[in-house]
Design a protein around this ligand. Structure first.
Ligand code: FES
Ligand code: FES
Length: 151
């Protein structure tokens, strides 16, 4: 099945079997490996991408259901090699350990700040609730989002 996706501002064509998920197409066909495979069932956040600006699981999204939605992956956040304020805050606040969950957390937090530039702690916690971190960096991630929200 040949299909064209809008990914990080570009049209990208893939030729994949029917039922292929967005996560598989991103990682195996387009070489965009920042979104990770965790649970495969929409429960951990490791595979999150932005779909029309909203954080969503790519592991449960068949390409057939994408329609013309704009996909933004972690690779599409930085512009001209310049990290976003949120990405810099994650680095400065050391809001990662193994890093497996980090791209998904950044995607969720990016969606939050684009909708609510100055979120409350509660809103930040809600926004990150779908991102599981086995290393337990939640407190530092929340501080990073607050730092970025202040810039
Ligand atoms: S791998 Fe998609 S939500 Fe866990
Ligand atoms: S930093 Fe290791 S899973 Fe979150």
């Amino acid at each position: 099945m040949k299909t064209t996706l809008r990914v990080n501002g570009e049209a990208r064509e893939v030729d994949v079997p029917g039922g292929t998920t967005l996560l598989t197409a991103l990682r195996e066909d387009l070489g965009l490996t920042g979104a990770r495979f965790g649970c495969g069932s929409g429960h951990c956040g490791a595979c999150f991408v932005l779909l029309n600006g909203r954080a969503a699981a790519s592991c449960t999204m068949p390409l057939e259901r994408l329609g013309g939605m704009e996909v933004t992956t972690i690779e599409g956040l930085a512009k001209d090699g310049e990290l976003t304020a949120l990405q810099r805050a994650f680095v400065e606040r050391d809001a990662m350990q193994c890093g497996y969950c980090t791209s998904g957390m950044l995607i969720s937090a990016t969606a939050l700040l684009s909708q609510t530039p100055k979120p409350s702690d509660e809103l930040i916690r809600d926004a990150l609730a779908g991102n599981l971190c086995r290393c337990g960096v939640y407190a530092r991630a929340i501080e990073a989002v607050k730092q970025a929200a202040g810039t």
